[in-house]
Design a binder for this molecule. Structure first.
Ligand SMILES: Cc1ncc(COP(=O)(O)O)c(C=O)c1O
Length: 434
């Protein structure tokens, strides 16, 4: 920034607001004329993060534990890869081989397959679409929001109705969920339990236990879709841990209806990682039976490469600390800019995540679209307003997801300054128009 950010609060006098607004507009013009091309849209690892895993590109033995890795087969994944992924997901080692499946490069594909199989073919119980045909009631999924747009896109594509559910900062509002799940046309819930996308929250132990028990009051083919995409993605060692849903579901007797997902997309190569799914042995086998119609087996060479690189949870954790060294300064840059320009100014609230890939910003109601448009004008691309809600509709037009991982640190700093300026302009214009 050429100068310190202007500090103005919506509690200041209308004269002060008008004077500040003209300065902010000048600054905006300056940004526009600078022809910036900055992008805070998607949570992609930066090149320096990808470089941490370049050992994956090295030579590899074609055989492992008597298996020719180059050939077809092994639908469930390599045993060594299962053991590794179990450690990453916190799945008990004794049951890992039976309960876990290691797939290809995308956990999103596994999620799409789980929801499609459950809908059209049946996974844990009757197919949702059959039931819909019998009862005439639309199939529904609970969507704690703001949430991950691609979860919502799966539901939209398959014609599954989405019900927006509130988040509390410690996971979804469980009272609301338990009430909603009593309607047996509700067939599932999306969860991103650690460093949630985009709110950054970590589900509390009590929330994990109540979510594990949810199938007891919900339909008998209801699924808890547990997308633990950011299981190991803390910025520091003291970040809150996540309780084991497997443990809680084992206790509650609901494991057939809990499906966990994860991947190494943001640990190694985002396009060439490995993904994993875990549930009870019964549900995993039902999934594998359907999957056998889709694939003759996964890329075992890549699974072995990951076993060689990440080895075990301790090695993976050390690897993730190196990611954190690259990511944390970028998140700090965003938080510092928000703090410098907006703290105590009544123009919005934001998350202060201890891990994950996003900062979630809530503007004053009705302003998110406007802020995103102003930022675009100034050369800063942001995720479209509304994208973090089902159907792309944020009922209050407030939430904006900031993804600072990919650009260089200086670019993140610049983009955050532009963003703050846009929030100030939109908020002042709104306040003065009343
Ligand atoms: C919550 C969440 N789940 C899944 C994914 C994608 O995972 P994968 O690359 O394994 O398909 C992302 C990527 O941004 C994500 O934020």
């Amino acid at each position: 920034m050429d100068q310190k950010p202007l500090r103005i609060s919506l509690d200041d006098s209308p004269e002060a607001l008008r004077a500040a607004l003209s300065q902010l507009r000048e600054q905006h013009k300056h940004f526009v004329n600078s022809e910036l091309a900055l992008d805070l849209t998607r949570g992609k690892p930066a090149t320096a993060q990808l470089d941490l895993s370049n050992a994956l590109l090295g030579p590899i033995d074609s055989h492992s534990a008597g298996t020719d890795l180059r050939n077809y087969g092994g639908l469930d994944g390599l045993p060594a890869a299962k053991a590794l992924c179990a450690e990453l997901l916190g799945i008990a080692a004794e049951t890992a081989q039976a309960r876990l499946l290691v797939g290809g490069n995308s956990s999103l594909s596994l999620m799409h397959a789980v929801v499609s199989f459950a809908n059209f073919l049946g996974l844990a119980g009757q197919a949702w679409s059959d039931e819909k045909n019998q009862t005439g009631q639309a199939t529904k999924i609970l969507c704690p929001s703001p949430g991950y747009d691609r979860h919502f896109a799966i539901c939209e594509q398959l014609g599954i109705e989405m019900l927006v559910m509130p988040l509390t900062g410690q996971g979804p509002d469980m009272d609301a969920l338990e009430k909603a799940a009593q309607d047996h046309s509700v067939k599932g819930i999306w969860c991103v339990p650690r460093f949630s996308n985009p709110s950054g929250e970590v589900y509390s132990d009590a929330t994990v236990a109540r979510l594990a028990a949810l199938p007891k009051i919900a339909a008998n083919n209801f699924l808890v879709l547990w997308d633990n995409a950011y299981a190991l993605h803390a910025f520091h060692d003291k970040a809150p841990a996540l309780a084991s849903i497997e443990h809680e579901a084992d206790k509650a007797g609901t494991l057939n209806q809990v499906v966990q997902f994860g991947s190494t997309s943001k640990m190694t190569f985002a396009g060439s990682g490995i993904s994993y799914l875990a549930s009870s042995e019964t549900t995993k086998q039902a999934f594998a039976k359907h999957l056998a119609k889709v694939s003759i087996g996964p890329d075992k060479l890549n699974q072995q490469r990951h076993v060689n690189l990440l080895k075990d949870a301790a090695t993976a954790k050390a690897h993730m600390r190196r990611h954190a060294e690259i990511l944390a300064p970028k998140f700090n840059a965003v938080l510092q800019a928000l703090d410098a320009g907006l703290a105590g100014c009544n123009m919005g609230d934001w998350s202060e995540p201890e891990g994950g890939y996003f900062v979630s910003f809530d503007a004053r109601p009705g302003l998110a679209n406007k802020i995103v448009a102003l930022a675009a004008e100034a050369g800063v691309k942001l995720t479209p307003a509304g994208a973090t809600f089902p159907y792309g509709r944020d009922p209050e037009d407030r939430n904006i997801r900031l993804a600072p991982s990919f650009p260089a640190l200086e670019e993140v700093q610049r983009a955050a300054e532009v963003f703050v300026n846009c929030v100030q302009i939109a908020s002042l214009e709104d306040a003065l128009s009343r």
